[in-house]
Design a binder for this molecule. Structure first.
Ligand code: BTN
Length: 261
């Protein structure tokens, strides 16, 4: 049954359906199943659980969460024709929405390009945006978001490749996770309206982590690139200046970005 605090927190959003579970292997996996029956699946359906038993991260990694201290959910997006040409941007949309919502709580988040949310250089949120296809047709996007709210959500250092933290480390305020969820979803819908405009890239660029710092970028295939991170171009590609002064651009995709300190 839908917890009352959850339905109250989401009441202003008029979502078409909320799929709530005490336990689920993965909200993204469940959302992809819903999207495979695309005639009955609608934009804005939410899948949320207290406990994921097989949470998934990027690069086929596990995503560890905790029933009390994590917020784990997936929002189903049925892209418009215009949005279909901008599918790569949906994970940054998630990161930006989380950042805007956290800023409203007085926090100072940054986005590790393309889509991890950091506070004080530690990861507090990961995004996994997966596209579902029925033949050659896109049936939708499963926009999965995992946030470390309290200390129990933070995975042990031995289990992560990038330092992790939780929101509670950076604010003495109590974080109402369902109120935060509501703000994030509201911001996702706001940012979608800006997706074709310079405002979206600007909002993303303003929150970029490690600007003017030396970084290394490891693509899934190809060579590691090292250089100074300069910001985004108008397409959201990452601008890197190499040690020989040449400029190169990294197109949004599956890369690992690290500061070189
Ligand atoms: C990453 O940083 O590697 C991405 C992590 C994404 C985790 C979220 S939690 C909700 C949704 N369900 C999943 O199985 N994964 C995403």
């Amino acid at each position: 049954m839908l917890p009352l605090e959850l339905s109250n927190a989401l009441s202003s959003l008029s979502l078409p359906k909320i799929h709530y579970f005490d336990e689920l292997p993965s909200t993204n996996t469940y959302a992809l199943e819903l999207l495979s029956q695309y005639e009955t699946c609608f934009d804005g359906e939410l899948v949320i659980t207290q406990r994921q038993t097989a949470g998934r991260g990027r690069f086929d990694r596990k995503w560890i969460s905790n029933p009390n201290d994590s917020l784990t959910f997936t929002l189903i997006i049925i892209p418009t024709e215009e949005e279909k040409s901008r599918l790569n941007y949906f994970s940054p949309v998630g990161a930006l929405a989380v950042s805007l919502a956290l800023e409203e709580l007085g926090l100072n988040p940054f986005i590790k390009w393309p889509n991890d949310v950091l506070i004080q250089r530690k990861k507090i949120c990961g995004i996994l945006a997966e596209t579902s296809w029925v033949g050659k047709i896109i049936s939708g996007i499963a926009l999965g978001i995992g946030i470390n709210i309290g200390y129990e959500a933070v995975p042990p250092a031995s289990e992560v490749l990038f330092p992790a933290a939780c929101i509670a480390e950076f604010t003495p305020k109590h974080i109402d996770k369902y109120a935060l969820l509501s703000r994030i979803i509201d911001r996702i819908f706001y940012i979608r309206k800006e997706l074709s405009f310079a405002t979206f890239i600007q909002l993303w660029d303003e929150r970029l982590a490690f600007r003017h710092e030396p970084v290394s970028i490891t693509p899934i295939e190809g060579e590691v690139i090292q250089g100074t991170l300069k910001g985004l171009n108008e397409e959201g590609w990452l601008r890197i200046v190499l040690s020989n002064g040449e400029e190169t651009f990294i197109i949004a995709g599956d890369v690992k970005l690290r500061p070189l300190d």
